[in-house]
Design a binder for this molecule. Structure first.
Ligand code: NAD
Ligand code: NA
Length: 395
């Protein structure tokens, strides 16, 4: 079929298998161009099919020749209906990994469930014995709790009061004022249940119970802080409460794994265009200004650049450079004083009329479509493609 982008609001309903494959190949080529990383050799990535998790899997495999197991939750294609991008990404990743002689197996199911943890435990026992790195990169709006069966929803809301600020519709470039109502009822607790640290710890407990973590193993989960302008809706909002919980969980895990000298870290990453961040009001305007400023300064990074730097300079580079709260910071360039000062100034000035000048609206939009395999250089979008791609390790 010939596949075109079909968007509804901030989601894209279609994705392009060849474009996704090209994205994966480009990320692999980037990692290879940066040289070998003396890193972990057996790696479990939870949330491995898109964004930072995919970049982590690629960096482990093609930077350190690691065997990888990836867990994610994606939709396969059906006749005439493309798969979700993570499905195509993983199909492409496995194809490349296997061609390079690397072990790569994938599980496409709900990582929050006990069943999937058991499946992964069995797979590690059978194939790898132990793992030495676990990347936790889930981003989900919902979680069914494995013990109660109750389904929780996370929300993106400020806490305490209404938050009003500017935002942009990145499809039209329209800058407008938006107000977001504060959390109510169980919003905060529910968001913490979905995006906090409980599931990360459950994973580590399940692995440790079966002695599947090697001596001195590392686990890393990803977090975000961001600037003053997004604070009420992000870091001081419901999702920020979940990130506080995630960050606190790192210390609990490290404490619990003391006997094997394993360590849990949170890495604070840079703001990037993802499906989730496109749906948070205010953030797309911030990101379009951020991209403009960082590109001008020659310090722009995408997921793969972020994770390659995380691995080569922090995790396996001999200096974690932890902040005062014990976190790894690869948002260091985003948070630089000169970068933030320029964004603050541009923020005041931004209007519908000038945003395409002072912000990188086009870059934002291109990145959004790239998430789904569209607008990728070198791909012929007029060509008939097979949407029914399979992930080799999943039968
Ligand atoms: P993403 O949406 O690109 O990736 C999420 C992954 O989780 C996908 O592989 C998806 O399949 C998987 N997933 C979702 N629900 C699942 C489930 N129930 N079972 C199994 N797999 C499931 O997200 P991302 O932007 O890469 O975010 C990953 C982490 O990085 C999050 O913790 C996020 O908060 C953090 N982070 C994001 C940004 C940003 O700007 N996007 C910045 C800093 C940190
Ligand atoms: Na991810």
């Amino acid at each position: 079929m010939i596949i075109e982008p079909r968007t509804r609001g901030f989601i894209c309903l279609t994705s392009h298998p060849v474009g996704c494959e090209q994205n994966v190949k480009d990320q692999i080529a980037y990692v290879q161009s940066k040289g070998k990383i003396e890193g972990a050799k057996k790696v479990l990535v939870i949330g491995a099919s898109t964004g930072f998790g995919l970049a982590s899997r690629i960096t482990s495999a093609f930077g350190s020749d690691a065997a990888t197991i990836g867990v994610f939750f994606d939709k396969p294609a059906s006749e005439g209906r493309p798969a979700s991008p993570g499905f195509y990404n993983t199909a492409a990743f496995e194809k490349e990994a296997h061609a390079a002689g690397l072990y790569a197996k994938s599980i496409n199911a709900d990582a929050f469930s006990n069943d999937v943890k058991k499946q992964v435990v069995d797979l590690i026992k059978e194939d790898l014995g132990q793992v030495d790195l676990v990347i936790y990169s889930l981003a989900s709006p919902v979680r069914t709790h494995p013990e109660t069966g109750k389904r929780y929803k996370s929300v993106l809301k400020p806490i305490g009061e209404v938050f009003s600020n500017k935002t942009v519709d990145f499809h039209t470039g329209n800058v407008s004022e938006i107000s977001i109502k504060p959390a109510e009822g169980d919003d905060v607790a529910n968001t913490v249940t979905v995006m906090g640290g409980e599931d990360w710890k459950m994973w580590m407990d399940a692995l440790q119970a079966e002695n599947l973590l090697s001596e001195g193993a590392t686990t890393v989960a990803y977090s975000y802080i961001g600037p003053e302008v997004t604070k009420p809706v992000y870091r001081n909002g419901t999702i920020g409460a979940a990130k506080d919980d995630l960050e606190a969980t790192a210390f609990k895990i490290t404490e619990e794994l003391k006997s094997i000298g394993a360590k849990a870290y949170v890495s604070v990453n840079k703001a990037l265009v993802t499906q989730a961040s496109s749906a948070i009001p205010v953030i797309p305007l911030y990101i379009s200004l951020l991209f403009k400023v960082m590109k001008e300064k020659g310090i722009h990074e995408g997921c793969i650049e972020q994770i390659q730097r995380l691995y080569s300079e922090r995790l396996f580079g001999g200096d974690l450079a932890l902040d005062e709260k014990g976190r790894i910071r690869v948002d260091d360039w985003e948070m630089r004083k000169d970068v933030q000062a320029e964004i603050s100034k541009l923020w005041e000035e931004a209007t519908t009329e000038n945003l395409s000048e002072i912000g990188d609206l086009e870059g934002y939009s291109n990145e959004f479509f790239k998430l789904f395999g569209f607008k990728v250089a070198g791909v012929d979008y007029d060509a008939d493609v097979n949407e029914l791609v399979e992930i080799p390790s999943i039968q």
